[in-house]
Design a protein around this ligand. Structure first.
Ligand code: SF4
Ligand code: SF4
Length: 465
């Protein structure tokens, strides 16, 4: 196995920083919160202070600042997506994975016809953005298969809908393969680190290519070298000390920024869920209180990075996490291969990788979001306008991006309401759209938003800035 040192992780130093951070006094903590409140982001040492602080007064301010950043940069918009699992063949052996503990189940890989059926099912519940997921198996689900699958997804249409952006979450691979993925028009390349602690990583990943900590940890370097400049990281909270994991995420972020000019486009925060058949206990699984705090700290540290939550969390928890800084949600997700339509047609249940907690349908989620004054956004404009990598970050940091996000989000919400909503949902949704347009500060942008809405009502689709 490759024993090379990952350049941005030094376990003993990180433990030392966390210990030192515990000594920070009130004025130091306030100074850090002030800096975050000015949308300046935080260094890993500042993050260490927030991770270890222990005062309810500072904690209350942390949540206040997280909410302020969220509102200022993202408004009420929440980006919606659906995962699409195409193959559960996998040669790795992650001990927390449902697939590994259900040796009895029949593994499967979708044929291209089945990919089309699944994609149609996802389109028919209103989604425009997919996260493509596959286990690692070069023989059964080769890169050629993934590329073919991407083509099929992008070519599938149903009614007025289509998939406009496919983010890809597949195993760490070579620069050449990343180059081919880039050529196939992927959105973000997503890879969860699972754990930044090399010892914890080794404990949970005992065999297969993923057991190589260095290969896995350096995947985004290879992706960047291949020209993929939107990369999405994440850890699986519950494997190792969550404070260490957030510090690891921040060090990785700083390393990417220093070397490639841009850090994570998104950060995912999955929390461990029981896998059927697994007896694993997870003493490090953060409770709700700590988890909310971790999300808020990430929001302060990287104000311009999207934070993603999946259906692993309950509906109530998802709302609380939105207030702490979450900006992307999956809804009505099938977390098994063929789970949207193919298996239902065959009357067999999809075998799932983890159990989900939020079981609501997409329309129920949208209805709930509208009640909460949240704006479900199906926008994919940046990727299609080549606003990726540091081009995206510069626009985001300038504060100008909201002038494209808001009309775009409202345009995609109008599409959703007209194409997939019933009368009651439409009334509620268009009321919110009217209110939101009226509150846009710039008159020229208000006008553009109104014109776009009128065109969508006349039947035009896919209008974006
Ligand atoms: Fe394979 Fe992913 Fe499961 Fe690990 S978590 S065994 S990589 S499918
Ligand atoms: Fe996201 Fe860009 Fe659309 Fe804004 S304009 S919602 S950043 S894709």
């Amino acid at each position: 196995m490759n024993q090379k040192q990952v350049p941005f992780i030094n376990k003993s130093e990180m433990i030392k920083w966390l210990d030192e951070a515990r000594q920070a006094d009130h004025s130091r903590i306030n100074e850090i919160l002030d800096k975050a409140e000015a949308f300046a982001g935080l260094t890993h040492k500042e993050v260490a202070v927030l991770l270890t602080m222990d005062s309810s007064e500072h904690e209350a301010r942390l949540f206040e600042v997280a909410r302020k950043i969220k509102e200022h940069i993202y408004g009420q918009r929440i980006v919606m997506f659906a995962p699409l699992y195409v193959s559960d063949y996998c040669i790795n052996n992650c001990s927390y994975c449902g697939y590994q503990h259900n040796h009895e189940f029949k593994r499967r890989i979708l044929t291209q016809d089945e990919v089309r059926l699944e994609t149609e099912a996802i389109i028919d519940i209103g989604h425009k953005r997919i996260a493509l997921e596959a286990g690692e198996d070069d023989e059964k689900a080769s890169l050629d298969y993934i590329l073919e699958t991407l083509k099929t997804i992008y070519a599938t249409k149903s009614g007025n809908g289509e998939i406009r952006r496919v983010n890809v979450n597949i195993a760490a691979t070579t620069v050449d393969n990343y180059r081919r993925l880039k050529g196939a028009g992927i959105g973000t390349y997503i890879l969860f680190q699972e754990s930044y602690d090399p010892d914890v990583y080794a404990k949970y990943h005992k065999s297969g290519p993923k057991s190589d900590y260095y290969w896995h940890s350096m995947a985004f370097d290879r992706a960047q070298q291949a020209g993929i400049d939107d990369v999405g990281g994440g850890v699986l909270f519950g494997l190792g000390d969550p404070l260490f994991e957030v510090l690891g995420l921040m060090l990785h972020q700083e390393y990417l920024e220093a070397n490639y000019g841009v850090g994570f486009h998104t950060i995912s925060v999955p929390r461990i869920r029981p896998a059927r058949g697994s007896n694993n206990k997870y003493p490090y699984a953060p409770n709700d209180e700590l988890f909310r705090r971790l999300v808020a700290i990430i929001r302060l540290a990287v104000p311009y990075t999207g934070i993603i939550i999946s259906t692993r969390e309950s509906a109530a928890m998802r709302k609380e996490l939105i207030d702490c800084g979450i900006t992307q949600l999956s809804a009505d997700s099938a977390v098994g291969v063929g789970g949207y339509r193919v298996n239902k047609m065959k009357k067999e249940a999809a075998e799932v990788q983890f159990s989900r907690c939020d079981e609501r349908s997409t329309s129920q989620v949208i209805d709930w979001m509208l009640d909460e004054d949240l704006i479900p956004s199906y926008c994919t404009a940046c990727y299609r306008k080549c606003r990726t990598g540091d081009r995206f970050m510069q626009l985001a940091k300038s504060g100008q991006i909201k002038y494209v996000c808001q009309p775009n989000a409202l345009a995609t919400l109008a599409e959703y309401l007209l194409d997939y909503g019933d009368k009651q949902l439409q009334n509620k949704g268009f009321e919110l759209i009217d209110r939101e347009i009226a509150s846009i500060e710039r008159e020229d942008i208000r006008e553009i938003a109104r014109k776009t809405q009128a065109e969508i009502k006349q039947g035009k689709r896919d209008i974006f800035l």
